[in-house]
Write a protein that binds this ligand. Sequence first.
Ligand code: DGT
Ligand code: CA
Ligand code: CA
Ligand code: ZN
Length: 583
Amino acid sequence: MALSNKQLAEIFNDIADRLEIQGEIIFKVRAYRTAAENILNAARPIADLWQAGALEEIPGIGKEIAAKIDELMRTGQLAFYERLRSEVPDGVVAMLRVPGIGPKRAKEFWDRLGITDLEQLEAAARAGRLRTLPKMGEKAEQKILAGLESLKRRATGRVRLGDALPLAQQIVERLSALPGVQQAAYAGSLRRGKETIGDVDILVATNDPEPVMQAFLSLPDIAEVLAKGETKSSIRLASGLQVDVRAIEPRVWGTALQYFTGSQLHNIKVREIAQKKGLSLNEYAVTRIGSDEVETFDNEPALYARLGMAYIPPELREDRGEVEKALELGPGRVVMPDLIELKDIKGDLQMHTTWSDGAADVMGMARAAIALGYEYILITDHSAGLGVVNGLNPERILAQRKEIDQVNAQLKREGHKFRVLQGIEVEVRSDGALDLPDEVLAQLDLVQASIHTALDQPREKITARAIRAMQHPAVRILGHPSGRLINEREGADYDWEALFRAALEHDVALEINSDPSRLDLNDVLARRAVELGCKLSISTDAHAPAGLRHMALGVMVARRAWVTPASVINAWPLSKLLKWAAR
Ligand code: DGT
Ligand code: CA
Ligand code: CA
Ligand code: ZN
């Protein structure tokens, strides 16, 4: 059987991986790696050399490895390799691809925790089980989770909004601070708040591009420079994210920002409108067709106005009716002027504390929320039915109430106008029944129901299940409705129309969960829900104080869904929220 050089090299590298996990001496491991490398780099097919009996001409191939190649070529198999494959599970070898995991660690996870694939590894990291091993802490666990995420991202090629945004913000901040730079901003899908980002497009307004390119190419964490030019450069960061930077003249800022924000479909529509007016539009200017009369725009609203359109917020630019609306309203106006903003949010309605799987206590979360300027928070620890976490039973719910009362009393003494509400993230069982007795649920300020298990039930079954949960008189919010995890798993296959109509009928708010891996409901579903008259809650599902900052992501999703504060229950003042909660 004629194996290619590449196939042979893969086999020998795999042998080296498995031997290394088994703790084989490094000299032996290295011999296989060297052989693999030299096979890959060989100018001639190894199969030809084998036929000519000249395998040992390749550097790094001695008697032992030559015999193995011979066995592979003759039989298509290698007994030694087959044995290794049965000894070391594939999933343990796969762990070596996770940044931060070497052969020793992989073996330790396998031996001591019984982990044999990446899914189990992720679950163990999330559950805090890895840190039970020597020299492993919470930080190392977080690093492994980040490594797993970057592996998945490499598979889809798209980065989650929540991962790209802070990186882009840092770069923009750095470039903005350079002398000669008048403005810098990220454009593209990131500015539109799309849930995943192909690459980050940064624009810099300056008359002196050289120092900008220089600063950009000397950013820390660059893995690779993809392109390098006088006004445009591209890099790949160590995290895998690709970033393009373009330097443009300040006087064309408006046209460039509009062009590079996209979306492409939006831009096509806008160009058609320009053409109907006898104008041609590109990233630099508006030109009267058939003349050399050129107009430049240093801001976007002026450009939209020139085309007879109202200004369109970036999150709406997806060709989903915003262009028609902008024409209807005309210049000087804004499409959806009351589109929700982060500052409209008055409280956060989903978070976990040390009562279940959170990292901070009630007071810790309250103080973090006060620092964000909120008026209230709802504590929603898990109910006991969700086996993996330290869920609440009726007695612990009573005990938690006492602590929340004490926290509220303390904050009042300190003069804060702030309320901690007691809620729960109650588990919806596979038949739609809730995980806690009715009388316990009735005592809580606001009950959120969530589905975490059996998300793959058939459409009719899971739709009926969610509807049954919403029919419960205590339930006021349906948490992360689809259950999808971005880049990881699809959500439940609901009859969404039926689900939304039931939410409307029973006056249950649907959550936009702002966790970077969820963003659930998504933009399209949330828009349909609101169109039908449903209410939303935008929450972070924070498991630590830092998680409260993810609210900005949920708000971006809501803006893409054309949502105004009126339909968002946590944009309401506390009194209105409590009145609604009590029906
Ligand atoms: P992404 O990066 O895949 O998440 O999506 P975008 O929207 O950021 O797309 P990208 O990075 O390819 O380009 C940024 C924007 O630049 C895009 O939204 C519209 C504009 N643009 C880029 N190339 C073209 C093009 O060939 N035609 C048109 N009409 N617009 C383009
Ligand atoms: Ca992009
Ligand atoms: Ca791009
Ligand atoms: Zn949940």
